[in-house]
Design a protein around this ligand. Structure first.
Ligand SMILES: Cc1cc2nc3c(=O)[nH]c(=O)nc-3n(C[C@H](O)[C@H](O)[C@H](O)COP(=O)(O)OP(=O)(O)OC[C@H]3O[C@@H](n4cnc5c(N)ncnc54)[C@H](O)[C@@H]3O)c2cc1C
Length: 208
């Protein structure tokens, strides 16, 4: 796949280091996997899991997604962290602060059961640190039913916008407020499952 991974528009926002992409992938609970089947485009939301320089996705081993993509279809996987709404003096210069990334290449199926287990462990810990040791772990049949796919983090680009609005000099004296409204995802109060009421207590690692 001939990917051009150099950011052209706002070149100064392009980032190509592993530290930036690792931070985005690790901080993202969702990524979108774009691919084409029979000339039709799809863009599938999934959970990105990174171990070292490999990005893992998981799905049903019987899904069309798994069957198609394990054959080596070209994909572009995008993840974005939204950091703020940027309100400039003008509508035109208003923007968002973000860290976004795209990984290009082909996914390959994970066949080694040990590697599958490692990816399942990382996924569970990503959802809630401390959870792997505090839940029933996957059985052999559950692991067989789960298709893991992996892609090396080799062909990629990241793009980062940060800081205040960029106003035109002639707009600076206008009396409209300008600035940034920070955005972040936060975890709310845990809600105990109705099946579990009075039977268990909230573990410490979920209390913060
Ligand atoms: C939350 C969010 C909202 C956005 N909203 C808009 C919008 O409404 N309109 C708009 O025009 N643009 C928007 N952008 C920017 C958009 O993602 C593109 O960067 C921009 O449109 C330039 O596209 P291009 O095809 O000209 O990119 P080019 O700079 O020509 O792209 C060349 C290569 O740069 C890399 N690249 C480009 N953009 C990104 C990116 N965002 N992340 C990682 N790598 C990238 C890719 O490898 C790509 O192949 C938004 C970005 C984010 C993160």
């Amino acid at each position: 796949m001939g990917s051009n991974t150099v950011v052209n528009r706002h070149k100064e926002r392009g980032r190509y280091d592993t530290g930036t992409i690792y931070g985005i992938l690790d901080g993202s609970l969702i990524c979108h996997v774009a691919f084409s089947i029979d000339g039709l485009p799809y863009n599938m939301p999934m959970i990105p899991v990174r171990i070292d320089n490999t990005l893992y996705l998981h799905t049903s081993a019987r899904s069309r997604f798994y069957e198609t993509l394990s054959k080596g279809t070209d994909v572009c996987i995008a993840a974005t962290l939204l950091d703020g709404l940027v309100l400039a003096k003008s509508a035109y210069n208003s923007s968002m602060n973000y860290r976004s990334t795209m990984v290009f290449g082909k996914l390959a199926p994970v066949t080694d059961p040990e590697e599958k287990l490692k990816a399942a462990h990382q996924l569970t810990e990503k959802i809630a640190g401390g959870r792997w040791a505090d839940c029933r772990q996957p059985s052999e049949s559950e692991l067989r039913a789960t298709g893991f796919l992996k892609i090396p983090i080799a062909t990629f680009s990241s793009k980062v916008r940060e800081g205040p609005p960029t106003d035109n000099p002639e707009d600076l004296s206008l009396g409209y407020w300008s600035g940034v409204i920070p955005l972040c995802i936060s975890r709310g109060e845990p809600v105990t499952s109705p099946n579990d009421e009075g039977r268990t207590t909230l573990p410490e690692y979920l209390q913060d």
